[in-house]
Design a protein. Structure first.
Length: 296
């Protein structure tokens, strides 16, 4: 059911239907699967922080080397040092969760700032933002990350700062385009005519009411990217270092035994990476259609 209202000679369309009735089954499946993955990540992070784990993730048991899944007391088996894989998988969420949030915070905060400056005020700000975005896009991210690792140390927080900075142009472009679209509808001019302050227009009416869904979607996609980058760099030895568990270094350690038929120590973290990244991407895709009415 739709209703129409007229204010100041402008007809605005509203929908009385809740979002879950406007979405189709595919979007609801995407949303449900993504929320399930997000819940599992949060629960795993909480369990790891509280140390509510079946075993000490760094405890070595020489009598249980490469125990297969289903071994008594070890649901997913053990690795080449007899450490419980399930406990290390749960604790491995800490390798990317807080660093991923740092990356997302940097990208959304700086991206929103640059987008507002270029879209709301325009002129020289728009030119500077475009130049900055082209400069960051022209520099390969992997090379940038390796330079940071060489200059400092293989610290995942330094790496995620780089990831956050390189994602600023994407967010700023989305915010800029949203503001330019609002300007075409005389939204901002009308707000100024009513005497609203610039900060009220920017923070409440632009960012909160009109860009909130866009920022949420970018946050889900940013977390998926953070997991992929952290896992890849840890696999290569530039991210989280042993004995601290990370899904990436778990895959790397278990890959040496894969061709011997002992595949579970690398398959379990690889599946965790796959399912988690897919969950965050599907969550962003579902939200993109439900909140923005767009297909990714």
């Amino acid at each position: 059911m739709k209703r129409y209202t007229q204010r100041s000679s402008v007809v605005v369309e509203f929908s009385d239907l809740p979002f879950w009735k406007k979405a189709d089954r595919r979007d609801l499946f995407y949303l449900g699967f993504g929320l399930l993955v997000l819940t599992m990540v949060l629960v795993s992070y909480a369990l790891g922080s509280l140390e509510w784990l079946p075993y000490d993730p760094q405890e070595i048991d020489l009598d249980m080397l490469m125990a297969p899944p289903g071994t008594e007391g070890h649901l997913l088996g053990t690795d080449f040092m007899g450490r419980d894989i399930l406990s290390r998988l749960v604790l491995g969420t800490q390798a990317y969760f807080l660093p991923g949030l740092l990356s997302i915070t940097i990208a959304l905060t700086l991206g929103s700032l640059v987008g507002v400056l270029s879209g709301y005020w325009g002129a020289g700000f728009d030119t500077a933002a475009t130049y900055l975005g082209n400069l960051l896009d022209s520099f390969p991210r992997l090379v940038f990350i390796l330079l940071v690792v060489a200059a400092f140390k293989p610290d995942i927080y330094y790496i995620m700062v780089v990831v956050g900075i390189t994602n600023v142009p994407v967010v700023s472009l989305l915010i800029r385009d949203k503001i330019l679209s609002l300007k075409q509808k005389t939204f901002i001019e009308a707000a100024k005519a009513l005497g609203l302050r610039n900060r009220t227009i920017i923070f409440r009416h632009i960012l909160w009411h009109n860009c909130r869904s866009t920022l949420i979607i970018q946050a889900t996609l940013g977390m998926a990217e953070a997991i992929l980058i952290e896992s890849s760099l840890s696999y290569l030895g530039f991210g989280v270092q042993e004995p601290t568990p990370s899904w990436g270094n778990m895959v790397q350690a278990g890959s040496n035994y894969f061709m011997q038929g002992q595949f579970w120590s690398s398959t379990a973290p690889a599946l965790a990476i796959l399912v988690t990244i897919m969950g965050f991407h599907l969550l962003g895709d579902g939200l993109n259609y439900i909140l923005e009415g767009k297909r990714s």
